[in-house]
Write a protein that binds this ligand. Structure first.
Ligand SMILES: Cc1ncc(COP(=O)(O)O)c(C=O)c1O
Length: 404
């Protein structure tokens, strides 16, 4: 696969490229934000979609008989997790499925913990389902690497319980978006033991599972259910892995029979009974034939991350990139640059970079108050585009400094 190929996405209604600041027909803002990739999906996926589209009747569709086994064998082969076909069930896109998990495992008014900063829809899913958000900051070590602060969680649990919102679940992101942590087996064991002791269920979003880039292998929390406690449900999807996010399909994997039964009732209550006709064809083809493509992709992403980290170190003083252990999103501490340029916050930096520098990033504060002063950079694009984006940032910073 040629990941260097530049594929024009204009005219495809791409959320990432169709920027409101672009003049019509002139997509000149380089988008290093929305978490999809500017790479063609595996050929087998495109072929499966074309084949299905060629048949002109697009009626209700069953999943292939061995789909659950295909997913389960992915967990066993890629993550070393002992998941069986009967532990897997199909679900709509991952974000709607987080809502299903919250409604299945917690009661209205109960507390749901998130460790911040975190993927921003977590906040909304919890609150719009009438659960109380318990936001607990992650700790950071000397290299700005995020760590779970169990005593901080305990303090927040106590305060929430006093306010009448006893915690019933934690919504956990593994690997972590935006911080790029691939949680170690030891950390996940500690989290499970902590939640078991306190009767808290774990809803674990593993959508970035397939992009473990550093020395820590990804560990799925899906199969650590020796018993029914703590309740653990994991959510996975082919969406990020194979760049088919617009097809919106996910799955639950849960080795606990009673918990899985609750989730299945929740899926039924949400009215989901069959997958979208195209998403199931794409996902099936991807899980069966996409592995060689994925291996090449991971090698390419590592190259892009190295490039970004090195560029920030040598040419972008004031920006400190945290090398991700997993995922293609790089969390960058911009607080020094914000201060040097006399800006008020990361949102202003991101706005000016888009308006004047013609490159768009995500503002860190969108991921929670602890993300303020940060920006998030998506490196899943041909390296020449990444270089162009970084050079635009460099030129804009230097012009600003001269003007300042
Ligand atoms: C942690 C995490 N969960 C879920 C999603 C989106 O899932 P979906 O598009 O299947 O709803 C994303 C996309 O960026 C993500 O980063």
């Amino acid at each position: 696969m040629n990941f260097d190929a530049i594929i024009d996405r204009s005219g495809t209604r791409a959320l990432k490229w169709d920027d409101p600041l672009n003049e019509p027909g002139k997509p000149d803002i380089l988008p290093l934000w929305v978490a999809d990739m500017d790479f063609a999906a595996p050929t087998e996926v495109t072929r499966a979609l074309e084949d299905r589209a060629a048949h002109p009747i697009y009626g209700y569709t069953r999943e292939p008989k061995d789909y659950a086994e295909t997913v389960a064998s992915w967990y066993r082969r890629r993550y070393g997790a002992e998941i069986q076909a009967g532990d897997v069930c199909l679900a709509p896109g991952l974000v709607p499925s987080l809502g299903i998990a919250v409604r299945s495992l917690t009661e209205p008014g109960a507390g749901v913990v998130v460790l911040t900063p975190v993927y921003y829809p977590f906040y909304d899913i919890i609150q719009s389902n009438d659960r109380a958000l318990i936001a607990v900051p992650l700790g950071q070590d000397g290299d700005l690497r995020y760590v779970i602060d169990f005593s901080a969680i305990d303090r927040s649990l106590e305060a929430a319980a006093e306010a009448g919102h006893r915690a019933q679940a934690i919504m956990f992101c593994s690997p972590h978006n935006p911080g790029g942590r691939v949680w170690s087996k030891a950390e996940l064991d500690e989290l499970s033991a902590f939640c078991k002791e306190r009767g808290i269920a774990i809803i674990c979003d593993e959508i970035h599972a397939d992009f473990s880039l550093g020395s820590t292998p990804f560990t799925s929390i899906a199969d650590r259910a020796g018993s029914e406690e703590p309740r653990i449900v994991t959510l996975g999807a082919p969406n990020k892995t194979f760049n088919i996010a617009g097809l919106h399909l996910s799955h639950f994997a849960c080795a606990q029979k009673e918990t899985l039964a609750r989730v299945k009732r929740g899926i039924a209550a949400a009215g989901f009974s069959q997958p979208n006709i195209f998403s199931i064809e794409a996902a099936y083809a991807a899980y069966r034939s996409g592995e060689p493509w994925l291996e090449e992709l991971i090698a390419y992403l590592r190259g892009n991350i190295d490039y970004l980290v090195d560029f920030a170190e040598t040419r972008l003083p004031g920006l400190t990139a945290i090398r991700p252990e997993g995922g293609y999103l790089v969390w960058v501490n911009a607080s020094e640059l914000i201060r040097e340029l006399g800006l008020s916050n990361d949102a202003e930096l991101v706005r000016l970079l888009a308006e004047e520098g013609r490159v768009r990033l995500n503002p860190g504060s969108k991921f929670g108050a602890e993300g303020s002063g940060y920006v998030r950079v998506n490196v899943a694009c041909p390296q020449s585009l990444l270089i162009e984006g970084l050079e635009r940032i460099e030129r804009w910073v230097s012009a600003r400094k001269k003007g300042a």
